[in-house]
Design a protein around this ligand. Structure first.
Ligand code: ATP
Ligand code: MG
Length: 245
């Protein structure tokens, strides 16, 4: 089962990915969270801490500079270039690097190639994709089982989200959920509903608890698990459970 999280830069992809990955992990599912962003910070939102997140980023950079031995297999990439996050989630940083070894599973495959070719066994793979729709455009059809499109109620964010929605419909994705993030009032939610009239939409409120967790470099789930935005994101994960289990 492969889940991709997409949206405009800053829309809340990483916040969403982290909560969803951990909630699925709590349900006893084996979860691999792939940080596909070129500024990888999913580790912080997952709760592995800033030092461990930096260590993983540094290892990826060392690989890029030829100072780190390559992982010959996908499994080893997860072992060596990944980290254990809370709730049994395994995090791996697979962002694109400047000097890949073509075809090498640990660096020469783009996130979209990894998503289509790697054997994840029974694991649920949740990919926090780079901002925009680039990766989605390049994804092969029927590679992904579910897509979360994260949109803020702004014209620019909705525009990117709408293009993503059009693409996933063309690519035969099983389940598509629009995460309407940072919703402050009915007007905000209406704006998203009008832009995605046929979509399954989950509203996530604009919530200072998310910003506070980010400021202190901890997972929102660990800091304020009962914050309204966290509860809404737990709801997003629960919607995916029938697809995931
Ligand atoms: N529901 C929310 N309420 C308040 N603030 C939020 C909410 N969701 C996200 N944020 C804030 O918005 C900012 C961007 O969130 P996040 O890093 O999850 O977005 P992103 O889409 O992953 O960004 P990027 O494209 O840079 O990777 C963060 O500062 C985060 O604290
Ligand atoms: Mg992000």
């Amino acid at each position: 089962m492969r889940i991709a999280v997409v949206g405009k830069g800053g829309s809340g992809k990483t916040t969403t990915s982290a909560v969803v990955a951990r909630v699925l992990g709590r349900r006893g599912l084996s979860v691999v969270a792939l940080d596909c962003d070129s500024n990888p910070n999913l580790g912080i939102s997952l709760g592995v801490g800033d030092q461990e997140t930096e260590r993983l980023v540094a290892m990826r950079q060392a690989l890029d500079e030829g100072d780190e031995e390559h992982a010959p297999e996908w499994d080893e990439l997860i072992d060596r270039f990944g980290s254990d996050a809370p709730d049994g989630v395994r995090l791996a940083v697979v962002s694109r690097i400047e000097n890949p070894d073509p075809g090498c599973p640990c660096c020469g495959l783009s996130p979209e190639q990894l998503l289509s070719s790697a054997d994840f066994g029974d694991a649920i793979v949740l990919a926090d994709l780079e901002a925009g729709i680039g990766t989605l455009t390049r994804l092969q059809d029927a590679t992904i089982d579910a897509v979360l499109i994260v949109v803020e109620p702004t014209p620019k964010s909705i525009e990117v989200g709408s293009r993503a929605y059009g693409l996933v419909r063309d690519k035969a994705v099983g389940r598509v959920v629009v995460v309407a993030n940072r919703i402050r009032n009915d007007e905000d939610l209406d704006r998203v509903r009008q832009a995605f009239p046929d979509a399954e939409i989950v509203a996530v409120p604009d919530d200072p608890a998310i910003v506070a967790a980010d400021r202190s470099g901890v997972a929102a789930l660990d800091r304020t698990a009962d914050a309204p935005a966290v509860l809404a994101l737990i709801g997003v994960a629960e919607r995916l459970l029938p697809v995931a289990s």
